[in-house]
Ligand binder design. Structure first.
Ligand code: NAD
Length: 404
């Protein structure tokens, strides 16, 4: 087996036959994983004519792991993902009562996958609730490891909540009633800046026009507000030659040239802007909770979660995954829409530097949609015949063309 190696901290050295891990997932996971792996393999074959090939390594997690090992996420699986460096996963059910909130959150924390990256782009022909869905072409960089998702919260009647209420009253004169639960929102400079760094690097590498820092700093000044300040500071200190602030740009519009414009917007305004001035936004960098809401709302604007790909990226490891969940009512029926995971596969190919294969895959999915080849979730709205999950995969493969 040839594993991907990480050099100089975070540079990938990718052999021509890398071992890449895959977690099938629960519910519709096995169906969409099977279709996606066939499509990814086909894209690699079309792009490199057999000179590159992925050697897939199955990694157990979720219900299947529980059945076979007695654990939802065995240590061997974590070790295997670590070795592979890169993995792709189907959705996992969140088990109740195992001592952690979610397998997905556990994976993100274990591998410090701090950037949740979600591109949102319109596919011609897909039904959308807005008039000009084609104006959407954004990539959300959502901080994955802190904010209210850090899980620092206590029920109103817990000892911890009582102690905290007492402390707040004694030390700061803040009085909270006895029926108040408490959550803590940590936002640090280091974690904010590494996220913004990733967003700016992505913008520069992909010739994107702007990075918008989305925050609620008008109200939460020292968490959300600091995220914005630290974002601007990082842009100035590390990318001073290649970025320009929106204020500077507006004073002298010609000065941007090829520079990435750094803007910021308050979250509530941003939800408005993505609907009313969609094409003015490009890469977004934001805190965890804002990013959670915003990325689902953006996906809805262009046809829903079935099409939304995602990646969780750290300095070393990366795990690519569909944004949606296990859709248990469609489990094992071969009817789910595999697009989200297929497009996550395209992101994975780009991430390992196999951009030609990523492009072959992306173009083929576009071609399938523009010819109204869709699964039942969209077929109903488009009034066309529904393809099965596996059939959709085959239609995508049929439309693959080598990039000249
Ligand atoms: P869900 O995303 O599974 O389903 C929401 C709705 O979208 C349902 O109507 C579902 O049928 C539909 N849907 C989702 N994906 C689809 C697809 N590919 N094709 C067609 N229809 C699709 O969300 P949920 O019902 O809230 O969660 C179900 C389970 O998934 C829960 O256990 C949850 O914890 C888990 N989950 C996992 C992930 C992950 O692994 N990253 C993400 C979200 C939810």
């Amino acid at each position: 087996m040839s594993y991907i190696e990480v050099k100089e901290g975070s540079k990938l050295s990718v052999p021509n036959n890398p071992t890449i891990g895959y977690i099938e997932g629960d519910g519709i996971g096995p169906d969409i994983s099977k279709a996606s792996i066939s499509v990814i393999n086909a894209a690699v074959e079309v792009a490199y004519s057999g000179n590159k090939v992925i050697e897939w390594k199955k990694i157990l997690a979720g219900d299947e792991a529980m059945e076979k090992t007695g654990k939802h996420l065995p240590q061997e699986s974590l070790d295997e993902i670590k070795k592979c460096v890169i993995a792709i996963k189907g959705p996992l059910t969140t088990p109740i009562g195992e001592g952690f909130r979610s397998l997905n959150v556990t994976l993100r924390q274990y591998f410090d996958l701090y950037a949740n990256v979600r591109p949102v782009k319109y596919f011609p022909g897909v039904p959308s609730p807005v008039k000009n869905p084609e104006k959407m072409d954004m990539v959300v960089f959502r901080e994955n490891t802190e904010d209210l998702y850090a899980g620092i919260e206590w029920k109103y009647d817990s000892e911890e909540a009582k102690k905290l209420r007492w402390y707040l009253k004694e030390q700061f004169g803040i009085k909270l009633t006895d029926d108040t639960g408490i959550g803590i929102k940590p936002i640090s400079r280091f974690k904010s800046q590494r996220l913004v760094r990733k967003a700016i690097q992505f913008a520069l590498q992909n010739h994107r026009k702007s990075v918008t820092l989305v925050h609620k700093g008008n109200i939460m000044k020292y968490t959300e507000g600091s995220f914005k300040e630290w974002g601007y500071q990082l842009a100035a200190s590390e990318f001073g030659d290649s970025t320009i602030t929106e204020d500077e740009y507006l004073k002298s519009p010609g000065s941007a040239g090829w520079k990435v414009v750094i803007k910021d917007r308050i979250t509530d305004n941003m939800f408005q802007q993505v609907l009313t001035r969609t094409d003015e936004y490009d890469v977004l960098a934001t805190t965890n909770l804002n990013g959670d809401y915003l990325s689902d709302a953006l996906a809805a604007q262009v046809g829903g979660l079935g099409l939304a790909p995602g990646a969780n990226i750290g300095d070393v490891n990366a795990i690519f995954e569909a944004v949606h969940g296990t859709a248990p009512k469609y489990a094992g029926m071969d009817v789910a829409n595999p697009t989200s995971l297929i497009l996550s596969g395209a992101m994975m190919l780009n991430h390992i530097g196999w951009n030609e294969a990523g492009e072959v895959l992306d173009n083929a999915v576009h071609a399938a949609y523009s010819e109204q080849q869709v699964t039942q979730d969209l077929a109903r709205q488009m009034n066309v015949k529904a393809l099965k999950c596996s059939e959709f995969g085959n239609e995508v493969i049929k439309r693959m063309k080598k990039i000249k």
